[in-house]
Every structure is written in structure tokens, then in C-alpha cells.
Design a protein around this ligand. Structure first.
Ligand code: NAP
Ligand code: GDD
Length: 347
């Protein structure tokens, strides 16, 4: 029996790699959209290719860009996918303050191009949109659920807000099976190196082995609800298996500060951080060696910021039976151990 056909945009990213693995295991033929010159040779994509060969399943990469409507249209007509998972984005929130116009073309109107490919070609394709907790921004209530008002506070979040509503509109207006996963932060050893969790674990591993002096960060008192990417892609798949499309918060229900992440990761790396000073003068010193490990650097502050994200995943649990398996401390340990293993000792 030939499995369903899925198209993943953003397949070279963290989530794309976990989702491709999951769908291949479930018997799908998996197609991935890859920008020319992207990270298509990343180690985990090679692993996914090996998995697909072992399982005898299709895993095919197609060069394209969600800014290019004609190219997308050709691909949709060729594949006629049963399911599309739109994970492509400029997903680094800080970067979207620097290139807001380029970001909206991908994070906002890019989504509309994909929806139009489905509508104009009269396809029965089910559509998943990677939406974001950043929509809540300057939060009006905690925890945040599907009825919490949005107040986006970055170019990224404003673009994702357009995407959220256009997906909802295509569902309500055209009866399309389309839904938004309102994703809270999720991480893994495959996380991009500029996101704060991975920056912390990679830097601590490098400091441990003498390859780096200190770790420089911005706002370490921001709170995030951090889960594991493998749990979150399971929820993406579950959403498209329901009779109709809908929007779901995907979160752990537990929130920690960046500072707490640093402390936990440091402990796994063999440091014991004590904090000294305030504001830009604050440092984190290793109690045993006396060495300054953490410094504050204003270049990593953003013009505005979601200070406190905490998701309420009750709807996902009640309707889809989804519950995240990996807890905060296990996530930190997993990421720290992976980076310590990656960075070989200097001597
Ligand atoms: P990621 O690792 O940054 O991956 C983003 C992917 O998008 C990469 O494969 C990137 O390709 C691709 N991409 C960027 N611009 C593109 C374009 N113009 N055309 C086609 N592909 C393009 O992000 P992630 O963590 O896997 O997140 C996946 C999705 O979930 C994103 O939409 C993100 O905004 C959303 N999200 C993530 C989180 C989270 O905590 N991880 C939370 C909420 C929402 P290259 O390899 O070429 O760069
Ligand atoms: N990246 C980064 N680098 N963030 C820092 C730093 C630093 O040096 N220092 C402090 N932070 C703070 C940020 O200001 C933010 O409050 C927090 O650490 C998390 O930053 P990121 O890891 O960059 O993630 P994010 O929360 O901005 O965005 C991620 O989660 C969103 C969902 O809530 C991304 O995955 C987005 O794509 C996603 O939508």
C-alpha cells in the first residue's frame, strides 16, 4: 500500500527534521522544500535520508522558496500532497527587527501563497501552520490558551499574526482543513545555534573545554515555556488526523527564566553559577574556579519583548490526548550532554 504524501516546508530546520523522521516512520512519502544554498546537508537530514532508505520510503527534497508562488504552484500540481506542514520561516525573532520586510514575505504572505496553491488547484490537501506563542507578546493573561487575546510585539509576531488569521479565513471561508499550532518554545540538540537555549549549551561546552572565554547574553529574566521538539511534531501530525482543522496551543504548561536555564545547564556542565551585580553589570561567576562565565551584552536586547510566556495545553490534551513527555530538566540535560559530546577537549 502506498502511504500518504506529505510536503514539509522548512525541512532543513529543527522541526522539519523531527517531523520528517516521524512521518517516514508512519509510512508517508515525504517531500521537503529546500531553499537553494540552505542547510540541506545538515547531519540530521543525512540521517533522515538513511532512515528512508532503510525503510524503503520516499524522502525527496525539492528546491524552492515560499516567496516564489509559481514554483510552489508547479510543485503542488506535481505532488498533489495529502498533507502540507508549513514550517518555513525566518524564525529568529531578534533578526526580524533587522529585516522586517523580508521577514513578512516568508512568515506572513508566504503562508498565503501555499493556501492559494491548494485552493486554486482544487486540492483536498490538509494544511498545518506553525504559528507561535509570540502572538501573545505583551501577555494579557497567564497561562495563555486559545482564547487569550493577542498582542504581538515583534515584526516576527505581527507577520505570524497575519498568517494565523489567513489560515483561519481559508478554513472558515473555503472549508479547507487548515489549522494553526500555536507553538510555545521547543528545543532539542538540533536547535539552531542562535536561539538562547542552544547558544547557552554550546557556549558552556566550549567554555568547559577552553575554546571560549565567556557567554554573552541579553535579557536573562525573560520566561519561556520550553518543551522538546520531538513531542511538538507529534502534535502537528495529530492535528491533521482530525476530521476538521482547528487551532491548538502546543505547550508544556511550565515556565522558566533564561537564568534558570543557564543555572541548570551550568550544573550539567560542571559549573556552579553565583550571580553578582545588577543590570548590564551583572555577571555569573563559577563558584569553584572564581571565573566569570556569563556576561550581559546590550546588543542581545530587543526593542520590545514577550516577557512571560506560559502555555495552557488543556485543549490539546482533552481533544487529541496529546501530552508532552520531556520535562524541562531532562531537556536541558539532553542538550547540554549533546553539546559536551560534540565539542572535543582541547588537549
Ligand atoms: P528553524 O530551525 O529556524 O527552521 C526554519 C526553516 O525555514 C529552515 O528550514 C529554513 O531553511 C526555512 N526557510 C526560511 N525561509 C524560507 C523560505 N523563504 N523558503 C523556504 N524555506 C525557508 O525553525 P524551527 O525551530 O524548526 O521552527 C519551525 C517553525 O515553527 C517556524 O515557522 C517557526 O517560526 C515556528 N515556531 C517555532 C518554535 C520553536 O520554538 N522552535 C515556536 C513557535 C513557532 P534554511 O535551511 O534555508 O534556512
Ligand atoms: N536568541 C537569544 N540570544 N535570545 C536571548 C539572548 C541571546 O543572546 N539573551 C537573552 N535572550 C532571550 C530573548 O530575549 C528571549 O526572551 C529568550 O531569550 C528566548 O529567545 P530565543 O531563544 O531567541 O527564542 P524566542 O522566544 O525569541 O523565539 C522562539 O520561540 C518562539 C515561540 O515563543 C523562536 O523559536 C520563535 O520562532 C518562536 O515563534
Amino acid at each position: 500500500m502506498v502511504g500518504k504524501t506529505a510536503l514539509i516546508t522548512g525541512v532543513t530546520g529543527q522541526d522539519g527534521s523531527y517531523l520528517a523522521d516521524l512521518l517516514l516512520e508512519k509510512g508517508y512519502q515525504v517531500h521537503g522544500l529546500v531553499r537553494s544554498g540552505s542547510r540541506a546537508s545538515s547531519a540530521w537530514l543525512e540521517e533522515t535520508k538513511a532512515t528512508s532508505a532503510k525503510l524503503g520510503r520516499v524522502f525527496q527534497l525539492h528546491t524552492g522558496d515560499i516567496g516564489d508562488w509559481q514554483g510552489l504552484d508547479r510543485l503542488f500540481r506535481e505532488l498533489r500532497p495529502d498533507e502540507v506542514y508549513n514550517l518555513a520561516a525566518q524564525s529568529q525573532v531578534g533578526e526580524t527587527f533587522k529585516s522586517p520586510i523580508a521577514s513578512v514575505e516568508v512568515d506572513g504572505t508566504g503562508v498565503l501563497r501555499l493556501l492559494e496553491c491548494i485552493r486554486l488547484n482544487k486540492l483536498e490537501t490538509r494544511f498545518y501552520q506553525a504559528s507561535s506563542a509570540e502572538l501573545f507578546g505583551k501577555v494579557r493573561e497567564s497561562p495563555q490558551n486559545e482564547t487569550t487575546p493577542f498582542h504581538p510585539c515583534s515584526p516576527y509576531a505581527v507577520a505570524k499574526l497575519y498568517a494565523f488569521w489567513i489560515v483561519k479565513h481559508y478554513r472558515e471561508g473555503y472549508g479547507m482543513h487548515a489549522g494553526n499550532g500555536i507553538l510555545f518554545n521547543h528545543e532539542s540538540p538540533r536547535r539552531g545555534e542562535n536561539f538562547v537555549t542552544r547558544k547557552i549549551t554550546l557556549s558552556l561546552a566550549r567554555i568547559r573545554t577552553g575554546l571560549q572565554e565567556t557567554l554573552r547574553l541579553g535579557n536573562i529574566d525573560a520566561r519561556r515555556d520550553w518543551g522538546h521538539a520531538a513531542d511538538f511534531v507529534e502534535m502537528m501530525w495529530l492535528m491533521l488526523q482530525q476530521p476538521t482543522g482547528d487551532d491548538y496551543v502546543t505547550a508544556t504548561g511550565e515556565s522558566h527564566t533564561v537564568r534558570e536555564f543557564i543555572e541548570a545547564a551550568s550544573a550539567f556542565a560542571g559549573f556552579e553559577i553565583v550571580w553578582e551585580g545588577k543590570g548590564l553589570e551583572e555577571v555569573g561567576r563559577d563558584r569553584k574556579s572564581g571565573k566569570v562565565v556569563i556576561e550581559i551584552d546590550p546588543q542581545f536586547y530587543r526593542p520590545s519583548e514577550a516577557a512571560f510566556l506560559l502555555g495552557d495545553p488543556a485543549k490539546a490534551k482533552a481533544r487529541l490526548g496529546w501530552e508532552p513527555k520531556v520535562k524541562f530538566v531532562d531537556l536541558v540535560r539532553m542538550m547540554m550532554e549533546a553539546d559536551l559530546a560534540r565539542i572535543s577537549p582541547k588537549t
